[in-house]
Design a protein around this ligand. Structure first.
Ligand code: ADP
Ligand code: ZN
Length: 215
């Protein structure tokens, strides 16, 4: 089973992806996580991507597509994968379609996760992430038990540099201009399933798993 998770920044895709991975065992492929790992390791790709990410802009398609295709070529993706944060432009969606066709693979469903704009702002500004294991927290809704310390691994819980208010505005603009058209793109292909995450991640995850069970 191959899935795409679509949605604006801050709609809770990462948390849902984690739940889907635990329930189904398919690989979780997050382009944001891949870029952050490259930055941490100081690779040439990380050095190229860093500036765009810090400004809240999209990394150029050519770099992103090459990285994603390399990741999909790894063994764990053969048993199924979910894409989190990719595609984010129509050019990326077209490149993905060509790549999958060449492999004889297909996308089974596109999950479009939505949330009211005001909720998105609150979630992003309150979001904190463990620097060691990547677990997400929220200062209001889901703080770590000890301030600044990850419940799971004891790592440092920090604000992502691109979760600062001025960068959040750029990320939302990039979403509306470049990524939002993919809702129609996949809707027109009959693949789109909408999930309003305003009801909470637990309930949304249950609804997603019910959909996946029927695919
Ligand atoms: P969020 O969904 O919360 O914005 P991500 O971790 O998915 O966070 O992405 C963080 C940043 O990484 C983006 O703002 C962008 O700069 C870059 N990025 C991630 N995925 C892509 C992509 N598919 N195309 C271009 N840039 C991307
Ligand atoms: Zn941790």
């Amino acid at each position: 089973m191959n899935l795409i998770l679509l949605g604006a920044p801050g709609t809770g895709k990462g948390t849902l992806a984690d739940g889907i991975r635990k329930a189904t065992g398919i690989a979780h492929v997050s382009t944001g996580d891949l870029f952050r790992a490259n930055i941490k390791e100081g690779t040439p790709l990380g050095k190229e991507a860093e500036g765009y990410m810090a400004r809240g802009e999209l990394v150029p398609d050519s770099l992103t597509i090459a990285m994603l295709e390399a990741r999909l070529g790894q063994d764990d993706c053969r048993a199924g994968f979910m894409l989190d944060g990719f595609p984010r432009t129509v050019a990326q969606a077209d490149a993905l379609a060509a790549f999958l066709a060449a492999k004889g693979w297909r996308i089974d469903a596109v999950l479009n996760v939505t949330l009211a704009d005001a909720t998105i702002q609150d979630r992003l500004s309150g979001r904190r992430v463990c620097a060691s294991c990547g677990r997400s927290y929220n200062l209001q809704a889901m703080p770590p038990k000890v301030e600044g310390v990850c419940d799971d691994c004891g790592g440092a819980v920090e604000q992502r540099p691109d979760d600062r208010p001025e960068t959040i505005a750029n990320r939302l603009r990039a979403y509306h201009e470049k990524t939002r058209p993919l809702v129609d793109y996949y809707g027109g292909r009959g693949l789109l399933h909408g999930f309003d995450n305003e009801i909470g991640s637990k309930e949304t995850l249950q609804r997603i798993l019910r959909l996946l069970a029927g695919l």
